[in-house]
Ligand binder design. Sequence first.
Ligand code: HEM
Length: 461
Amino acid sequence: MPVDLSNGKPLAWDSAKLDADTTAMLDNLQPNILQAHVRESMSLLLVHFGDGPDGRRFLRSLVPLMKSARKHLEEVRDFNRTKKSGTPYVGVGISKIGYLKLGHSTTRFTDNAFKSGMKRRKDTLSDPAVSAWEKHYQEEIHAIVLIGDATPEPVAATRARVLALLPKTAKIVGEEKGEGLRDAQGRGIEHFGYVDGRSQPLFLADQVAAESGTNWNPFFPLSHVLVSDPLAPHPARHFGSYLVLRKLEQNVRAFREAEEALADALGLKGDDRPLAGAMLVGRFRNGTPLRLHGKPSSEGHPVQNDFSYRDDPGAKCPVGAHIRKANPRDSRDGGLERALGVMMARRGQTYGGRTDRPWDDAPAATRPTGGVGLLFMAFNASLQSQFEFTQQTWADNPDFPAEGTGHDPVIGQGKRDAKVRYPKAWDSTKLSAPQRQVPQTVTMKGGEYFFMPSLAYLKSL
Ligand code: HEM
């Protein structure tokens, strides 16, 4: 039976009744797409091929270091039962120019953003000029090798094995190192100090069962992340996913100053001051959703995610908050964005070391102004209608969801000249006087679009 990407039920991946095509799909799909792989420590190698046939041999030689999605899911299941740790993650993505260099035609890829490459989409995304990107992103990047694990040692060992396979005609044009950041309770956070990576589309039956809720349905069909691999031996059984990679530098000091200035402008005092930052993000630093609570709550273990914005016109969570702009949670047009399939599988990792404690209240002046940020990564079935749509049509659009909302305070790009009004207090329909938008504190330093092909394709090279 052909794999049904639009199936309205989560995939029971370990069911004995799985059909042959779905089995082949899982045995040939790369890990980290359907379920996040542990990647507390990461190395991203950006590769340039001088010679196509050498490039093909290199990619094929990586297959023994890689595992399938099924193997990964089995490792996760075993870890949950016995705490037995799994093997390192090795992922491979190929850019449009990478495919051309390898000697393929790309006509069978349907995503126009992928076929253009990120450099040529900079106007669509209001990105900085390519000449302002970090040098390695200005070069032609043909492939990316992602290596991740829970600790640095297996990553270093696997990285050495990958580099030993690199032919003389290829070079590493750049490398990114991801290092997970955690708060005092061990929750994963980003550099502004907020819990991150919590809300995800879930595709698998065991994941969906573990996340019960009545307000927000986290289940999404496979059609959100998988597309047929057009160059694989059996495209009906072999699947891949489009990866967006963007290096987003965070000016933590400027963001903290913006939080303080907003708290002052709204007259927030004492324990109420963190409300200002929460109005920008949509959650308090410990992940408490503003939609549910007006103060950081200790209820959330795991961090709460069962909420929608129905019945909240913006009195609790401002409509311009990052998480509300980036996912309106079916609250608009009867859930049109769910039908359009916008939600992508975010798999980013923080980069850059810190000596301060990102989650505490130390003064803004003690915070880094650069050198730290997010290696934003997400898997998409369509870069255009998922990542690009979110960035361009929602985050960069000051009139989404309503006129005068302002840019996404965290990731919005473009001139911020709208004036924004915030609720005067949590759950208040009284609005503040118009405020200048918070400044842009996240800067795109470069990136690329890749396709993560099936293992069957890599073996066929
Ligand atoms: C959620 C921060 C970049 C899309 C979140 C959350 C935080 C956060 C703290 C809440 C945790 C969660 O619900 O998982 C940041 C920072 C970024 C960044 C600091 C850049 C440095 C992006 C980008 C996009 C994006 C580039 C897409 C274009 C989303 C989405 C959610 C989210 C879709 C989940 C919203 C939900 O379902 O409720 N982000 N983010 N983020 N972010 Fe970002």
